[in-house]
Design a protein around this ligand. Sequence first.
Ligand SMILES: *Cc1c(COP(=O)(O)O)cnc(C)c1O
Length: 390
Amino acid sequence: MADEKKSLQTLLTATDYRPPEGFSAFPSAIHHASTVLFKNVAALRARNWQEKSGYTYGLHGTPTTFTLEARLAEIEGGSHCLLAPSGLAAIAMINLALLKSGDDLLLPDNAYNPNRELAYWLQSDFGISSQFYDPMIGEQIGELIKPTTRLIWTEAPGSVSMEMPDVPAICRAAKAHGVPVALDNTWSAGLVFRAFEHGVDIVMQALTKYQSGGSDALMGAVITRDKALHRKIDTAHMRLGLGVSADDTYLVLRGLPTMKLRFDAHDASARKIAAWLKQRPEIAQVLHPALEDCPGHDIWKRDFTGAAGLFSVLFDPAYSETQTDRFIDSLKLFKIGYSWGGANSLAVPYRMTQIRRDWPHQGQLVRFNIGLEDVQDLINDLTQAFKSLQ
Ligand SMILES: *Cc1c(COP(=O)(O)O)cnc(C)c1O
């Protein structure tokens, strides 16, 4: 109701109107806020920004972000979750929370490349050294752990070269030395690899991929079970001011109910296309963890209950980069672009010698994101593009 005593300008800034209570619907409400209002000064003074039983400031959470955090923790089998503006921001937050100058970091040699670049920067400018280990090292990682090692990253599988590491073995060795293990669990979407049950301490997800599924939002998450570890990362989250938008949070929430249906469809299509590519004479190897000749296939079979729609192929070394670039340019349904997990199929070439120090293969590597298009249409597209190689 309009208050006669207020000027029109003041009425434009706020209202006493409250919609009736009792509205109920499946979607979470989208709460936008920088300022969060307190009932009185005592309430303001009493509030602790780290407690999720109340609200302090938009940066520290709203009902919308708390809901997504709670849902991601549930899905992953963890107890705490923090959102970050991208998957890479989530990675950086973990590193900055747990590492200081003089510490040592262990990273798989097939790590998501921006994680590797971040490690180089931590080394050159912040005095945090890093060692890159063979992703197939398993329990022998214990031999690389120094008294100063404070964090071990794992990625299952490496998101370009697709080797599947023995995460439980790495976790056992790390545990024996009291070093936490972080897993980039984006490929499994938290659906087909139960990271905490395999010994992982910190799960990182690029929600940009399957959780969103829309190729329209960037977001990351860090999920933990241990409260002290969560608090440590939460402090870095606060110090770095890592806020996420309410609308983007909603986009991710909107993707969750269909995530497993989409994931299973991506999985089924990718396996069909991987098997089809395997019998093509132009392809020397298909790097898909569900195929027997992919490094770590047995580990995938032991630890995973499914596979994502992301895999790579190695062309026969007879084909030059110019030829395989032409192959990619000839694709019509497959588009050229980074990221994955959306409805549209993508193809990206990688110069492996620039990202893996000891890459043993000669042929060109192309990574595919298999979308939700009809499988036969995708195979027809690949078939016509292979003709460009002749
Ligand atoms: C995309 C991706 C990330 C980073 O996510 P962004 O939201 O794009 O920053 C991290 N790890 C893996 C394996 C990814 O594929």
